[in-house]
Structure formats: C-alpha cells, structure tokens
Write a protein that binds this ligand. Structure first.
Ligand code: HEM
Length: 456
C-alpha cells in the first residue's frame, strides 16, 4: 500500500505490521526530519560544485559512507534510552535549486519541484519577507550555494572526525564556501535554550506514535500527518516510496543586549516589580524563560515545560497576540503551517544567558540562532509564517504589531500591553519594541531521499 502522507494515525515506525512501502520510506528517508536528531555539536558546511561528475560522486560517497536512514536513527535512539548506547553521528545533505541545476538537471526538470519558493531560492524572496538586501548578508550566503551538509552529534569528537573525513573527500573542483558551528546551550534545569535565555525547541509537530504517546493532549494535539513535512522526491527511483523535505536555513543574529534592555524598559514602563518583572519578556516571547506559557500562568512555574495549551481563553490580556509563539502557532487554526524546527544556537558566551545579569554585560552581536526547519511547502509554511504572521502588524486583530522576536519590516504602528495579567487594563499606546534579530543570510534546500543520493 503506498505511503499515505495524510494518514491521521501517527506512524508506529517499530510495528511488525508496517507495509513494504512504509518500510522502504523509513529506510530511504534522511534522519532528523521525522524526529530531531541529537546535535549538541553541529557543523554546517556550504559547498559549491564546479564539475558535475565529481560533485555527484562526492554526494554519493557521503551518502553511502556517512549517512544513516530515519529508521536507523530511531533504532539508535531507542538503544540509547534503553541501554545508554550512544548512536552514530548525524549527517544530512540538502541541495539547492542551483545545486540541482548545476548537477545536470534541466530547468524543465527542476519544475518537478512543486514549491515555487524553492525554485526561486532565498535571494529572490528578499522583498517578500522583508529580509535585508543580499549585499548585507555574510559572504558565504551571497555566493551561489549548491549543497549544505549538516554533521551533528552529542559529543564534539565524532563531529570533528566526520567533518575531517568529508572535507578530505571534497573534490578539487568543489569549493567550501563557508561553515557554521552550532553548539547547544542549556539552563540549570537541563532544558535547551536560545541566546535570549528562553527554553526553545519544546513545541514541535510530532509524527511518531511512541513520541506522541508520551505527551499530555487534553488541550493541544501535537500529532501531525506526515504531509506537514514530507513530499515525494521527484528524482528518486520510486517517488511512491522515496521522500524528502524542503529545508530552510537562516542565520539569525541576536542582539542580546538590546533585547535585555527592551525587557527592562518594558517592565519599567508597565510598572512591574519583583517577581512580576519577567512577565515583560514573557509577553514578547509568549513563554517565560523556563518555558511556562504566559497564557497559562502569570509567573514562571518551573517543572516540566508545558505544551498542552491553547490561546482560546485568552483575549490578549495574558499572552498578547503579537507574542512570538502565538504568532508562529496560533494553535486554534493554521495547523498545516507548522514546521518541524531543528535550529541550533551559535556563538560563544562568557556570561550565563539564563540569569538576571544587567543588559550591559550581554553580547550585542556574533551570537544567534542557526534557524533550520523542515517543510512540505516553503511557501505555505516558513514564508507564510514569516510574512503573513510575524511581519504582519494586523495579525488576527488590527494593530497587533510585529512579532517582537522575529518580525521584519517597518514597525510604525503603536501597540499596547496588558498591565495586569488577565485583566483588561492596557498600557498607553507605545512604539513597538525594536528589532533585535537580524538575518545574516541563508538558503532554501531540498533534503532528498537516500535512494536518490545513492544512485547519483
Ligand atoms: C533568533 C530567532 C528566534 C528566537 C530567539 C526564537 C525563540 C523561540 C522560543 C523561545 C520559542 C518557545 C519554545 C517552544 O515553544 O518550543 C519559539 C517557538 C517557536 N518559534 Fe521561534 N525563535 C526564533 C526564530 C523563529 C523563526 C524564524 C520562526 C519561523 C518563521 C520561528 C517559529 C517558531 C515556532 C513555530 C515556534 C513554536 C510555537 C508553538 O508551537 O507554540 N522562530 N521560538
């Protein structure tokens, strides 16, 4: 039976009764798509090929020598949770539109990718999502990137070793255009955080039965059909069994000092004192630093990071409509927009991102998020989120304002904030908070099936 991407039943990947097509799908899908692969240490290589045959041979070699399947990843994760047996390093390959073209696919051929945004490439979409002009991007991203190679692991040594091997195998004709290094950050509770100090990566669309079974789901259903992230790989030997995913990569620099000043000034402006002060930042992000959703509680609550909530009973007096997590997942609609986020923080910190040290001690550049996400449609998921929700000041209601974390474009309207959690009194209209996240470049890729890569 062909794989039904719209099946509402979560995938029981370990079931003995899986049909042959689904088994083949799991054996040919790249890891890290269906479920996040551990990648505390991550290297991202951006490559350009100048010889078709050598480029293909290199990718085929990386696929056959270093890459595992989605099924192998899931088996390794199970072995780790049962016996603490560490798995192998993650290696993922994405190819850009330019990459497919310069590896010998005609323009006609590339049209078989249904996603127009992928066929355009990120540079041609700048105006639509209010990105900075390409001339302001980091040099790596100004060039024409053909492929991205991700190498990740829980420990630094395997990443270093696999990186050396892969770079050693890069043909003379190819160029390494650039490289990013990501490293996970955690708060004292052990939860992964981003540079503003907030727990990140908690809310995800989940696709696998064993993962979904572990989640409470009284209010929010975290189960999503595979159609949110998978599409048939148009160039694979058997597109009914061989799937891939569109991958967005964006380097987002965070001005932590400015964000911390904004949190402080907003708390001052709203007259928040003592344990109420962190509500200022929580209204910008939608969660407190420890991950507690501000729609559920007026203060950080500690304990496991809650994700079983909606905004249905919140008219904006708890979590403003502009709050980052409310804009990027309103929860009562737009489920098909949700991407599988696989980002990683970059840049070194000498301070402790989660503590209450003064803003002056925080970095104002060189740190940020390597934003990465899997989509089945870049136009309807990543770009829609950025353009129609984050950058749209009239999201859900007039004068909601931009997403204070990732919104781009002129922030000319004024906004208000609830003064007391859950009460109707609003602050006087005030200018929106300044933009503190700057896009430094990126590209759209397709992460093809292993079957495609192995037959290059
Ligand atoms: C430096 C940039 C960014 C920062 C600091 C950031 C921070 C966060 C934080 C702290 C959370 C809450 C943790 C969670 O619910 O998992 C979150 C969630 C989320 N972010 Fe971001 N983010 C950034 C960029 C983006 C971008 C570019 C997008 C998409 C255009 C995005 C989409 C989302 C989504 C969809 C969620 C989950 C919302 C939910 O399901 O409740 N983020 N982000």
């Amino acid at each position: 039976m062909p794989v039904d991407l719209n099946n509402a039943q979560p995938l029981a990947w370990d079931s003995a009764s899986l049909n042959a097509d689904t088994k083949a799908m799991l054996d040919n899908l790249q890891p890290n798509i269906l479920r996040a692969h551990v990648r505390e240490y991550l290297t991202v290589l951006f490559v350009r090929f100048n010889d078709v045959a050598e480029g293909k041979r290199f990718l085929r070699h990386v696929a056959t020598t270093h890459m595992k399947s989605a099924r192998k990843q899931l088996e390794e994760m199970r072995a780790f949770s049962r016996e603490r047996k560490p798995g192998s390093a993650y290696v993922g390959i994405g190819i850009s539109k330019a990459g497919y073209r310069d590896l010998g696919h005609s323009v006609e051929d590339v049209r078989r990718f249904g996603d127009k945004v992928f066929r355009d490439g990120m540079k041609r979409r700048v105006a639509l999502v209010d990105d900075p002009p390409v001339e302001q991007w980091d040099n790596t991203y100004q060039r024409e990137i053909h492929a991205v190679i991700l190498i990740g692991d829980a420990r630094p040594e395997p990443v270093e070793r696999v990186r050396e091997e892969i770079l050693g195998e890069l043909p003379q004709s190819a160029r390494l255009l650039g490289e990013e290094t990501g490293q996970g950050m955690r708060n004292p509770a052990g939860d992964g955080i981003e540079h503003f100090g907030y727990v990140d990566g908690r809310s995800q669309p989940l696709f696998l039965k064993d993962e979904i079974d572990q989640e409470p789901k009284e209010h929010w259903n975290p189960a999503f059909p595979l159609s949110n992230i998978l599409v048939a790989d148009p160039f694979a030997p058997n597109p009914a069994r061989h799937f891939g995913s569109y991958f967005v990569f964006r380097k987002l620099e965070q001005n932590v000092r400015a964000f911390k000043e904004i949190e402080r000034d907003l708390a001052d402006g709203l007259g928040l004192t003592g344990a109420d002060r962190p509500r200022a930042g929580a209204m910008l992000v939608g969660r407190f630093k420890d991950g507690t959703p501000v729609t559920s509680k007026p203060k950080a609550a500690g304990g496991p990071v809650q994700n079983d909530f909606t905004f249905d009973a919140d008219d904006g007096s708890k979590c403003p409509f502009s709050g980052h997590i409310r804009k990027t997942n309103p929860r009562s609609f737009g489920r098909n927009v949700l991407m599988a986020r696989r980002g990683q923080t970059y840049g070194e910190r000498t301070d402790q991102p989660w503590d209450d040290a003064p803003p002056e001690t925080r970095p104002s550049g060189d740190v940020g998020l390597l934003f990465m996400a899997f989509n089945s449609s870049l136009v309807d998921q990543f770009e829609f989120t950025q353009q129609s929700w984050a950058n749209n000041p009239d999201f859900q209601n007039p004068a909601t304002g931009h997403d204070p974390v990732i919104g781009q474009g002129g922030r000319d309207i004024k906004v208000t904030f609830p003064k007391v959690w859950g009460r109707p009194e609003q602050s006087l209209p005030q200018p929106q908070v300044a933009q503190t996240v700057t896009m430094r470049g990126g590209e759209y890729f397709f992460m093809p099936s292993l079957a495609f890569l192995r037959t290059l």
